[in-house]
Design a protein around this ligand. Structure first.
Ligand SMILES: Cc1cc2nc3c(=O)[nH]c(=O)nc-3n(C[C@H](O)[C@H](O)[C@H](O)COP(=O)(O)OP(=O)(O)OC[C@H]3O[C@@H](n4cnc5c(N)ncnc54)[C@H](O)[C@@H]3O)c2cc1C
Length: 404
C-alpha cells in the first residue's frame, strides 16, 4: 500500500487505465490505479469491441478518430498486444426516417474527412453476404470502422501505465474521497488512506456510488448490455464489415471464425449498484437470452444467420447511460481536483484512448487539449429527477444508432 500519490485513478477499466497510461506518459509518474476487483476485470473486457466513427456530433467524430489512431499504434505505445481489424461497417436503414439518419451521418462524415458513402443494398450484400437485402432501404458504408479484442485494451493500458511508473492496487476498494475546503485531500480505501490532490472517478458501474460518498451527484444509470458469440460459421471471415441495423439497434461483427452480435432492447434493465452488494462483480450480472432472441427476430429477414447459428458464449456487463447519450468527462465544480470519466453510454471502451489522453492533459496542463465542454457535468446543473433520467436514458439506449 502507498500513502500518497500525485493522482489516484479509481477504476482500472478502459477509461481509468487509459487515463493513467497517458498521465505517466506525459506528466506525473506518481500515479496510482486503485481497483476493488482484479485489474481490468469488469465491464471493459466483456464489450463487443466495435469502434464506430460516424457519430452524431463533430466532437465525438474527432474523439473517435483520435482513439482510432491510438488503437492502431497501441502495441507501439504500450508494449502490449492488441488484435484489431479494420473491416469497415455497413449501417442499414429499413424505415424512411432512418434513411434520413444515414444521410445526415454521411454528410457529417464526409465533411469531417471520414471514408463514408451511401451504397446500394446489393453492394452491401456483396460486401457481407450474411446481410440480405429484403426490406433494406439504404446503407452507409464506413471504411474507417474497425473492431478490436476488448479484453486487451484496459489490461494493456494498465500494464503500460505500470511500466511507466504507475502503482497498481487491485482488490482495494475506495470508500470515500475526502474533500476539504472544496479541494480533494485524500482517498480512503479499505486498505488505508492515500493522500492526493487529484482523483479520477472512473469506477464504471460504481462511478455514481463513489462520487456520492463525497456528496457529488453524477446523473448516470448502470444499464445491462449483453451479446452472443456464435460457433464458427462457414464464410464468417475476419474482414467482413460490421453490420448495424438502425431501428432494431442490432449489431454483428466477425469473431474467431463465427459472429458476435448484440443489441439494444426498448426496455433496458437498470441497476441500483448499492443493492447488488459489496462483493458483486460484473460476471455476476443476471443475463437474459430472451432479450437477444427477440432482437434477433426483429432482424430475421436481413440477418437470418443470427438465429440460425449456434451460440458459443453469452456475456454481458453494466455500462452506464446518461440522459442525453453523451459521456461525462472532466472536472466536477466545487470539488477542485475531482475529475470524472463516466457515462460511457455503451461506447466508452472504443473512445477511451482519446478520453484518457484528453483528461490526462487537462489534469497536467489545467485545460483540455480540445474543447470538451459538451461532455462537462455542468450541463446537468439543474435538478434531474431520477424518473426523468430513467426515461431519457432508456430513450438514448434504444435509439443507439440515431433517430431522425
Ligand atoms: C456486452 C457489451 C458490449 C459493449 N460493446 C462496446 C463496443 O462495442 N464498443 C465500446 O466502445 N464499448 C462497448 N461497451 C461499453 C464498454 O464496455 C464500456 O463503455 C467500458 O468498458 C467502460 O469502461 P469503464 O472503465 O468505465 O468501466 P469498467 O471496465 O467496469 O471499469 C471500472 C472499474 O472500476 C472499479 N471500481 C468500481 N468501484 C470501485 C471502488 N469503489 N474502488 C475501487 N475500484 C472501483 C471496478 O472494479 C472496475 O474494474 C460494451 C459493453 C457491454 C457490456
Amino acid at each position: 500500500m502507498i500513502d500518497s500519490a500525485d493522482v489516484v485513478v479509481i477504476g482500472s477499466g478502459g477509461l481509468g487505465a487509459a487515463t493513467a497510461f497517458s498521465l505517466v506518459r506525459h506528466g506525473p509518474r506518481n500515479v496510482a490505479i486503485v481497483d476493488k476487483h482484479e485489474i481490468a476485470s469488469q465491464t471493459s473486457p466483456r464489450a463487443a469491441g466495435l469502434m464506430s466513427h460516424a457519430r452524431t456530433s463533430d466532437l465525438m467524430v474527432q474523439l473517435v478518430t483520435q482513439a482510432g489512431s491510438n488503437l492502431r499504434r497501441f502495441t507501439e505505445d504500450t508494449g502490449q498486444p492488441l488484435d484489431w481489424t479494420q473491416s469497415g461497417s455497413l449501417k442499414v436503414a429499413r424505415r424512411a426516417q432512418d434513411v434520413d439518419v444515414i444521410e445526415s451521418d454521411v454528410a457529417r462524415g464526409d465533411r469531417l474527412g471520414l471514408d463514408v458513402e451511401r451504397i446500394s443494398p446489393d453492394e452491401a450484400h456483396r460486401l457481407n453476404p450474411f446481410l440480405q437485402t429484403k426490406g433494406v432501404l439504404a446503407v452507409m458504408r464506413v471504411g474507417d470502422d474497425l473492431y478490436f479484442e476488448p479484453s486487451q485494451v484496459a489490461i494493456g493500458f494498465a500494464r503500460g501505465a505500470e511500466a511507466g511508473g504507475a502503482t497498481l492496487l487491485p482488490h482495494t476498494t475506495v470508500t470515500r474521497v475526502d474533500i476539504e475546503d472544496g479541494e480533494v485531500a485524500a482517498v480512503e480505501t479499505d486498505r488505508g488512506t492515500i493522500r492526493t490532490r487529484v482523483v479520477v472517478d472512473a469506477a464504471g458501474a460504481w462511478t455514481r456510488q463513489v462520487a456520492e460518498a463525497s456528496g457529488i451527484h453524477i446523473p448516470i444509470l448502470p444499464t445491462r448490455h449483453q451479446l452472443f458469440v456464435t460457433e464458427p460459421l462457414e464464410g464468417a471471415s475476419a474482414d467482413l464489415p460490421i453490420v448495424r441495423v438502425v431501428d432494431a439497434a442490432v449489431y454483428v461483427r466477425p469473431c474467431d471464425g463465427g459472429l458476435l452480435w448484440g443489441g439494444f432492447e426498448a426496455d433496458p434493465h437498470f441497476f441500483e449498484v448499492d443493492a447488488l452488494g459489496a462483493s458483486f462483480q460484473i460476471e455476476d450480472t443476471p443475463l437474459d437470452a430472451e432479450v437477444l432472441l427477440r432482437l434477433g427476430e426483429q432482424v430475421a429477414e436481413q440477418l437470418p444467420i443470427l438465429l440460425e447459428a449456434k451460440v458459443r458464449e453469452h456475456r454481458g456487463g453494466i455500462p452506464t447511460m446518461t440522459g442525453d447519450g453523451e459521456h461525462i468527462v472532466g472536472p466536477v465544480p466545487g470539488a477542485r481536483g475531482f475529475f470524472v470519466a463516466g457515462g460511457c453510454n455503451v461506447a466508452g471502451l472504443s473512445v477511451s484512448p482519446a478520453i484518457g489522453e484528453a483528461l490526462a492533459a487537462w489534469i497536467v496542463d489545467g485545460e483540455p487539449p480540445i474543447d470538451l465542454a459538451p461532455l462537462s457535468i455542468t450541463r446537468f446543473a439543474e435538478p434531474y429527477p431520477e424518473e426523468r433520467l430513467e426515461r431519457d436514458a432508456a430513450w438514448q439506449y434504444r435509439h443507439f444508432y440515431g433517430a431522425a
